[in-house]
Design a protein around this ligand. Sequence first.
Ligand code: FUB
Length: 499
Amino acid sequence: MKKLLLLLLSSITLTLHAQEPQKGNFDYPITKKTSNPLFVEFDSPMYGSDEIGPLYTADPSAHVWTIDGKEELYLYASHDMAPHRGCDRMDRYHVFSTEDMVHWTDHGEILNADDVREQGGWGIEGFMWAPDCAYNPADETYYFYFPHPDYAPDGSHIWHIGVATSKFPDRDFKVVGWVEGAPSLIDPCVFVDDDGQPYIYNGGGAKCYGGKLRKDDWTKLDGDMKPMEGLVDFHEATWIHKYKGRYYLSHSDNNNFRDGNQMKYAVSDSPLGPWKDMGIYMYPTGVETNHGSIVEFRGKWYAFYHTGNYSGIGALRSVCFDPIEHDRKGRLQIVRNYGNPYRNKWPVIGSNRKHVTVQAEHYNDGGYHYAYFKHRDARPGNAPAYQPTDEPMGISTANGITYINDLTKGEWVRYSVKVKEAGRYDIVCTMATAADGTKFHLCVNGHNKSGEVKLDSSGWYPIELRGIELQAGEQYLDFRIDSGRLDFDRMEIISEHTE
Ligand code: FUB
């Protein structure tokens, strides 16, 4: 996201002349059954036009509010607009709620960049990035915090943490100003401790700050915000939750410059640190950014995040969630958003199993988003480049060979394996292509381990991926297609030093 911040500074004049955002003409609230990736069944106006497309959401901030005696999960999200221009057309926020994690209500737009200019007299077009919301029982008011750029007195641009308030969690938010004194950084998070003390955090580009809000005025700091100490490889997307009396600060790491952000966390006995780094709780999901929130709802813990697993595009993201667990020592377990092996049987490699064959059609169970990504034709009038289908992968049999046919650009397919011994393995894939310039890469637990692999002849032939490093334990292998068309028959995983 650092790249985007730099881009923002250089492209600001362009964005000022962008077209007026469309508000859409929908009759909210709208309730639908939806599953990962969430909310794409809801319609959204596209940026600067009257066309309708899927609703893309990012940066989920999940809270459980008790309303009329009933617990409901509310989700505040930013809104990726199609057609995208990086993240700079994100000019509005939607709020969603659910009682059962299956049926979700879209309450519609709660604030946009125009509102900030009209009601607050500040701000520029677009750039309504990752928000958060907090409820103050003392004044029965919801406080919505949003990062948004404005002009500094010297004409440069700075980020404010804007505040809008309402008596309702899902409507009537009015801009009341910004948090004076907060550093010019993105991604606010407000955590309210059990004693009612609100804390505010923000951060980006490797800096994370935290401080107290005034108990009697949740729009103002109580003292200065200070750098959070002890975090390792912090990028952005701060989120705080409390578990068994300890504070957990989760955030994205800087792996966006390689394969995509991983989600990490650190713990402390105090809401403002110092923090002890505890490592990763989610692997990269195939797009540059990730942004999470962790929340308990009706006795279960959930990790919210976003992926590009609907559009195939990193700037047209969709919010997702999966269960997350703390182990007996309070350590967060890796979120299982990668399916399970075919028929729940892990191919085992290493130790006395030096050579394992996995048939391509035996990809992970769990379906689309967890185990594969496949396109279908775009809906009419609805321009995004890719749209997935939840049909299984295309399987063909010819000349006694059963294989996955015709994997195309952006598609991927996943295989979980169990590795007995960490080490380097050769992975020999039997593949074919009918198109020039067919390329793919292999990711292990979301990390590109093969670099670009090119297929340069037709007919079945072995592609040797030499010395792929595998850690011990469960690992998942994604074959991600970068261009062309690829048929995939099988892979053999071979311990490097034994064959
Ligand atoms: O969505 C815009 C920005 O991308 C957010 O503020 C970051 O957390 C990253 O998700």
